[in-house]
Each structure stands twice: as C-alpha cells, then as structure tokens.
Design a protein around this ligand. Sequence first.
Ligand SMILES: Nc1ncnc2c1ncn2[C@@H]1O[C@H](COP(=O)(O)OP(=O)(O)OP(=O)(O)O)[C@@H](O)[C@H]1O
Length: 217
Amino acid sequence: MLSVTSLVKSYPTPQGRLEVLRGADLDVAAGECVALTGESGSGKSTLLHLIAGLDAADDGEITIGGTPLRGLDDRGRARLRREHVGLVFQQFNLIPSLRVGANLAFQARIARRHDPQWEAMLADRLGIAALLDRYPDQISGGQQQRVAIGRALAARPPLILADEPTGNLDEATSEEVVRVIRDLVRESGAACLMVTHSTHLAGMLDRRLHLTGGHIA
Ligand SMILES: Nc1ncnc2c1ncn2[C@@H]1O[C@H](COP(=O)(O)OP(=O)(O)OP(=O)(O)O)[C@@H](O)[C@H]1O
C-alpha cells in the first residue's frame, strides 16, 4: 500500500542545509499498523508530511496504492490525499462551527463515503458517542483528539498517517485508542503508519520502524 524508497530531504538553515532524511526506505502492507519511533528532531513529522504530499522531497520515491507521488501535480496530490489518505496530526483542526457529529462525518462526505452506521460505530468505539451534538469548544482536548481520529477513519482511507495521535490522552485512553485504530486498520485492510514516542504503544502495533541518522533502522 505504501512504499518509500531512498527518500532524501533537507532544509535550508542559517548554518547551511540540514539533511533530515538521507535515503529512508520503508514499506507498509495493507492490513498492517506500523509504529514509527525516533528521537525528537529525527525527522518523523517530516517523513509523514512528505508521504502525505504536503511537502516535496529532494530525491527518492513515494508510492501510495501503486501511484507514485512524483508524477502528480498539486491537484493530483490533493485528490490522492482526499480519497486515499487519512491524516491524524497533532493539531486536530476540527471545524469550530460544526457539531462533533458533523466534524466526524466531514472527511467521509468529501471522499463521498459518508456512512452513518459506520460513523456511529466509530463514535461508540472511540467513546465520543454522547458528544455528537456538542461543538468542539464544548469538549476536552482529549475528546477533540478522538474526534479527529474518528474523522480520519470515517472516510475508510486505504492509508492512515498518524503523528502522535494519542499525544493528549492519558495512558489508559491512549491504549484504548491505539487498539481501536489497530483493530479497525486490520478489519478494513487499510495500512497505517503511526508516530509515537511510547515504546509501550509501539509494542501494541504489528511492527516498529526506528528513524535515526536520516535512515530507517
Ligand atoms: N521548515 C523547516 N525548516 C528548517 N528546519 C526544519 C523545518 N522543519 C523541520 N525542521 C528541522 O528538521 C528536523 C526534523 O524535524 P521533524 O519535525 O521532522 O522531527 P520529529 O522527529 O518529528 O520531531 P518531534 O518528535 O520533536 O516532533 C528538526 O531538526 C527540525 O528542527
């Protein structure tokens, strides 16, 4: 489902170019939930942004569901992201004027895969079913994070990219949410790459990749 080959990315800094990725390789198969760990500043978010097509690599290849990102223009990348990729980033980006239920359904509607029964099941498993009529500013940060996770899963994307999706949750809730993501990914045959600082949460997933020195170990 996801293939990354020899990915290179550097950023200009006042001290010269900072080489963050120096030829990173990874594969994630359908039905697999893979943890991505690495020290702070090792380039995990950079890698996820490149895979999501939100930034361009200097060199290397990213292929999602057989489609190489390199061959796509901005519109093509936006369409691939909309229809094939579910993003859960550290900022939840919920829409303040929409109720929780409408936020949950938002991505699925855009991808034309709105399914009220599936969304109700997700809300239930994520523990937000009682909050659907509230607005985002009427629920806690941890609840907002679970809505953002549900929103990504609601569209049934073949690939889920999650950057510390449990960063605002306590240990027990983090475990539960990671279990829900892992089980839904397995059940739906999607692929998932999840950044986490927690070796315990990483251990709950199918495999662990470690980013160090610009390479995947
Ligand atoms: N736009 C940018 N311009 C210059 N340097 C950047 C830019 N974005 C990131 N960096 C640098 O690239 C390196 C990798 O950053 P990145 O955010 O990918 O790391 P990370 O592993 O996700 O870190 P964390 O675990 O702390 O979130 C860092 O040294 C960071 O300072």
